[in-house]
Design a protein around this ligand. Structure first.
Ligand SMILES: Cc1cc2nc3c(=O)[nH]c(=O)nc-3n(C[C@H](O)[C@H](O)[C@H](O)COP(=O)(O)OP(=O)(O)OC[C@H]3O[C@@H](n4cnc5c(N)ncnc54)[C@H](O)[C@@H]3O)c2cc1C
Length: 411
């Protein structure tokens, strides 16, 4: 029997997460093998061409604020050349009193200077970014075409080998590290270190090693609307992105005077159906009215041009799962990117590369990582008492018992 080929590092999944991590390792001089069940990179959730990115500025969850700030800076740096910086406006909640100086103080406490975030009343917002609403203006907010970015990250490189149409279904410990099996039970290769970046399918791969990951799908549909030149919506269409209950991109004027406008997204918990739904487009039309504060808008004239439908992978605590699976030495996870694929993939590339290569923690500290942030992302957070506090995951663990069963026996 032919001995399976050995690779020092294998990445499973060539979405934005796997592609960014693979690229970081290549840049650091490592040979990397990347595998995907699809015939090309970024065919699943990362086929999304209109993903927005900005630091989180809400109240509460201080760790999320710090993590998204750090991740935003890493993402901006990584995708500088393809970053579509149009700015993003976040309207304040209309049922809340808008206290501009209070919000300015909050932004200052978050170390977000004027170049990053500005509290504006409706009059100033109209002057600065053309939105006649109270809120926060994020001038560096941007969007990224995840598909193009992933393909670019995986362009031919002397240290990169890519295997398409290759679905891994099982991992098993072996002397060389880990053995990777395909659907017909054939051991395709062995790897010293394996990075699992397979979104929802990370769950099955982890299960094949006896590890239970608390992942679930959230379907989402983004609508691309067409608006005729003389429609009343035209007067209202934004020239910047807006992120609030849903989000939209700046409207694009086409040569014939009509407009193309991207508005999203539906949020269908626990669903993974990729078929287009009229109800999701209708939901987005209603979101469009809310984003523009245009209660009288006639949703009937937002004509559907096309849509993007994807399945987000989320963990129970809504943070991504990024880091070494310490109970299975040599296995690393980068999954549960939820609705922040741009931010978390940039952050995952630095964190996973540092862990795979055994960097001194000082190197990560220099990038802005702190020990509590790394712990908040680590897979280990699900394997202790922390889980009992999260009702959605309560069934999976108790305070006293780790979720992980004993290490599987090598066959
Ligand atoms: C409607 C919608 C709107 C969104 N908006 C935004 C946004 O505005 N901003 C933002 O940052 N993010 C947004 N996101 C989220 C973003 O698209 C995702 O977080 C991101 O694409 C996930 O990347 P990934 O690499 O983890 O997963 P994927 O892109 O799904 O990649 C996983 C890859 O693994 C491969 N794979 C799976 N199983 C196996 C296996 N067993 N063997 C081999 N290969 C395997 C798959 O083929 C796939 O290529 C949105 C998502 C949706 C659905």
């Amino acid at each position: 029997m032919i001995k399976p080929q050995h690779h020092a590092i294998v990445v499973i999944g060539a979405g934005i997460a796997g592609a960014t991590i693979a690229n970081e390792l290549l840049e650091r001089g490592q040979a990397v093998c990347i595998l995907d069940s699809a015939p090309a990179p970024a065919t699943a959730c990362s086929s999304h061409a209109y993903a927005i990115a900005h630091p989180h500025i809400g109240r509460g969850s201080p760790r999320l604020l710090r993590l998204t700030h750090l991740a935003f800076l890493l993402a901006e740096d990584r995708w500088r050349s393809t970053w579509n910086q149009h700015g993003i406006f976040q309207p304040s909640k209309r049922d809340k009193v808008f206290d501009r100086s209070e919000i300015a103080k909050h932004l200052c406490n978050l170390n977000l200077d004027d170049a990053m975030a500005q509290a504006l009343d409706a009059k100033d917002a109209q002057a600065v970014c053309g939105i006649n609403q109270n809120g926060v203006w994020l001038p560096r907010g941007a969007s990224l075409d995840l598909s193009t970015a992933a393909q670019d990250l995986l362009k031919p490189h002397p240290l990169l080998s890519s295997h398409w149409n290759t679905r891994i279904t099982r991992l098993e410990k072996c002397d060389a590290g880990w053995k990777l099996f395909d659907e017909s039970g054939i051991a395709l290769m062995t790897a010293g270190k394996v990075i699992i970046a397979a979104a929802m399918e990370s769950k099955a791969l982890a299960a094949s090693m006896g590890v239970r990951l608390p992942l679930r799908p959230v379907r989402g549909q983004l609508s691309i609307f067409s608006i005729t030149a003389n429609d009343p919506w035209v007067e209202r269409l934004p020239r910047t992105a807006i992120s609030g209950d849903g989000y939209c991109l700046p409207a694009e004027r086409l040569d014939d005077g009509s407009y193309r406008w991207i508005v999203g997204s539906s949020f269908d918990e626990g669903e993974d159906d990729l078929r287009s739904r009229e109800s999701s487009d209708q939901f987005n039309r209603e979101q469009a009215k809310g984003l523009l504060n245009y209660g009288d808008g006639n949703t009937g004239t937002l004509r559907k041009f096309s849509s993007f439908i994807g399945v987000r992978c989320v963990a129970g605590d809504r943070l991504p799962i990024i880091g070494a699976l310490v109970q299975r030495p040599g296995i690393f996870l980068a999954t549960a990117l939820g609705s922040r694929g741009v931010l978390w993939s940039a952050l995952a590339s630095k964190l996973i590369a540092a862990q795979v290569l055994g960097d001194d923690f000082a190197l990560l500290t220099r990038l802005g990582f702190a020990a509590d942030l790394v712990a908040a992302l680590a897979p280990a957070r699900f394997f202790a008492g922390a889980l009992a506090a999260a009702p959605a995951l309560g069934a999976l663990a108790s305070n006293s018992k780790p979720i992980l069963p004993s290490v599987p026996r090598a066959k």
